[in-house]
Design a binder for this molecule. Structure first.
Ligand code: HEC
Length: 165
């Protein structure tokens, strides 16, 4: 009886050590090996997102949202001119969609902008992009370009992603 008790004790200690090392190994396993199926799942999931965005990318709403976004966040990835970027916030966040609406009309789109939007454009944007939005003869991006440069680039990225799915 005494013997079997001490065997039991040894067994318990062994089991405990074993369980401990198993838990430790699990927590050391890098997460990315955990789930190949998860990666597959997200890949499948992004296709509808890409298609959805591509289906909207040529609409006036998309263009207006893009221009608003540029005003609010600036632009530095178009590489339009070496080392020249556009700072964010030439107009307030509140005014950004209104100015974007005005910019749309320069490209011949219909957009119902409030009067102050054209003034805001003239005093904050025209210095670089010109009163007509054409970018002072190629010195700055032409805002009447269709599609806008950034949208064209985005479209290319999305099409590329889709073709690799
Ligand atoms: C100091 C000059 C300057 C001013 C002022 C300026 N921009 Fe820009 N803008 C730029 C430059 C430079 C770029 C390109 C930056 C890059 O390479 O990413 C640009 C890019 C843009 C783009 C992206 C064009 C495209 O084809 O994708 C839009 C839209 C835009 N500006 C709108 C505006 C609006 C609206 C205002 C006023 C609220 C404004 N900008 C004020 C210099 C300016």
């Amino acid at each position: 009886m005494k013997h079997s008790l001490s065997y039991l004790a040894i067994l318990i200690v062994l089991l405990y050590a074993l369980a401990n090392s198993y838990m430790k190994e699990r927590s050391n396993t890098p997460h990315h090996t955990v789930s190949e199926s998860y990666a597959k799942h997200t890949a499948m999931h992004t296709v509808p997102h890409i298609d959805e965005e591509l289906s909207r990318i040529e609409t006036p709403e998309y263009t207006r949202a893009y221009i608003t976004d540029i005003i609010n966040h600036g632009s530095e990835n178009l590489h339009f001119k070496k080392e020249e970027i556009m700072e964010k916030g030439f107009v307030s966040k509140k005014d950004a969609p209104k100015v974007a609406c005005y910019v749309m009309t320069l490209a011949g789109n219909r957009c119902d902008y409030p009067k102050e939007a054209s003034l805001l454009y003239t005093s904050n944007c025209a210095g670089c992009h010109g009163n007509d939005g054409k970018g002072l003869g190629g010195t700055y991006p032409d805002l009447t370009r269709r599609p806008l440069l950034g949208i064209e680039m985005r479209k290319g990225v999305l099409e590329n992603l889709r073709s690799r799915q």
